[in-house]
Design a binder for this molecule. Sequence first.
Ligand SMILES: [Cu+2]
Length: 679
Amino acid sequence: MTTDLLMALDLLVSVLTAAAWVGAGVTAAARRPRTAAALFAVALVASLARVWSVLALAGAGWWFVQEKITFVLPLLVAASAAATALAGPRVLRAARRADAASRDAVRAPVVVVPLLGAGYAAAAGIVQTFLIGYPADPGTALLLLAVAAGAVLGTWRAMSTHVPGLRTATAATAVAAVLGAAFVFLPSTPATAEGSAPEAAAAMGEMGSASHDHSASGGSASAMGGTTRPVTDLRGPAAPPPGGAVRRFELTARTTTVTLSSGRKVPAWTFNGQVPGPPLTAEQGDLVEVRLRNADITSGVTLHWHGYDVPSGEDGVPGLTQEAVPPGGEFVYRFVAAQVGTYWYHTHEVSDLGVRMGLYGTLVVAPKGTAAAGVDLTLPVHTLGGVLVTGDRDQPLVRQAAPGTPVRLRLINTDNTPHRFTLAGTPYTLAAVDGTDLNAPGTLGRVGLRLAAGGRYDLSFTMPSGPAVLRIDDRTDSVRLVPASGSPGEPAAGAAPTTGGETADAGAASTAGGETADWPELDLTRYGAPAPTPYTSRSRFDRDFTLVLDRGLALTNGRPAYAHTVNGHAFPNIPTEVVREGDLVRLTVVNRGRDTHPWHLHGHRVLVLSRNGHSVTGSPLWLDTFDVRPGEVWEVAFRATNPGLWMNHCHNLSHADLGMMLHLAYEGVTTPFHGAHSG
Ligand SMILES: [Cu+2]
């Protein structure tokens, strides 16, 4: 059984357990011994099932059961045992007789209170899992215990004028509640996580918690004789390397109304009045220079180069690497186009809203000296104004291509949630993921490709003699390639984009799609062939960080929220991960929640080591965004070779907005900005 299924089962059993205990108590109080006995039996079985489901879940890892083993189960077992011992015999006896006297007998406090008490205990466990999440701490456990105890005392007092030891019990409960609250609300969060390198803790000291002040790290680094650098010094060069050209672009952010291909008008935030923004292209070795201006985006705007490992000062994170560009302001980004492949850019200031409204575009870097051959389509997929668009089209893009033409489709998911792509009508290969070519990718057909939010897939094939259809989420045709009439079989490199163009012949390729919903999903960890990698899961790691993703009550940006949490905290209270240049770093990302979290580290590609304990057996997978689904555990690694201050966050930007982001900081790098904002 998968961890996700076990989590769902455990939840179901926990709700059933609480409901059955409470139901037994309520029906006993209502003088219905037979129903009470039946519910008591259900509660007992459910409680035992809960013990089983938690122990089964423990097999997936301690992260999934920590609060259950340390708090939820002990409380449930104790309360269920008490209820069984005190109320069980009386309820069963009354159910057998079912006369007036036994009906009165089951409404006695000695029956009802323990039954309801077990229900309260079971409910406290659900609250612990859902409101507090991972990790349970003594404070919340004490607080919840006090609440459950208070409910028991209140019930008892409501049923009976004399509760023995009521004052003492009430006082003890109040003390427990105060102690628990003190644990919970007096912050003791360290602001940095040191991974597995204890010597770094001494070197770094505390980086300051509430202010999240990265300059403090510089202070302690200089105190021990290290050098410090402000992130504003970590900028791209003014000139390209020898042989490279300068590619200049100007992007002006402004609000406007864009018109989709169907004529539908959508209010949007745009770069240069268009959604997506202008496509940026370069050849490897060029210097990309982008002048960003802000016309009227009042919340400000920046440019982040998703998946592109630019110098930290060019990374476009407001409050960390620069201030957001206000209306009337500008900022010039420069970086060398070192990585080949498919990438994208987007604002990082109020990015959840900004990207959703349209502040994004594509960045494609071609190998040096290669002329574009055949059909090469860059296809950012986005939900704009509630409509799924590919590029700026809310209708299928229909292109003619001569059979034999090489075709490359660059799929980019700029949404917050994954999309499933299918390509029908031709065999193809998944040539590159997140900009990096796969090793020996095999031929595919009739599979679904699930693309994480923020991720990219490059599909490659030769134009067949029939139509080929790219479909999104098994319902929206995105691209229809139809064979050009005239010269079937003849290679027509470069001809298709110019001679083909968009046609209104929407029906021509409609048959190639067919039903795709039952096509199985490609497992990327088993696709392609292995190849040597600079490090593996057997390497010695300088730092080891674990991120347990969950939901829970937490402060995020100063306000209490039902946040998306990392290790029980929300931004900016998640400890900053500190690394030293050259470190080999392992990240373990665990998803305990019910949502998918596309995890995205800025400034570095990560190598996937394993997913759910299974090593990658196909091509090495270098990703910048990996989709951590409910119940999944991903181990990834990277070499810390890009000094700076970086965001490490969920790329479902609404999750990030609700706390699911943190910083990864290189020792000695400081920021002159306030540091607590991230966009
Ligand atoms: Cu998320």
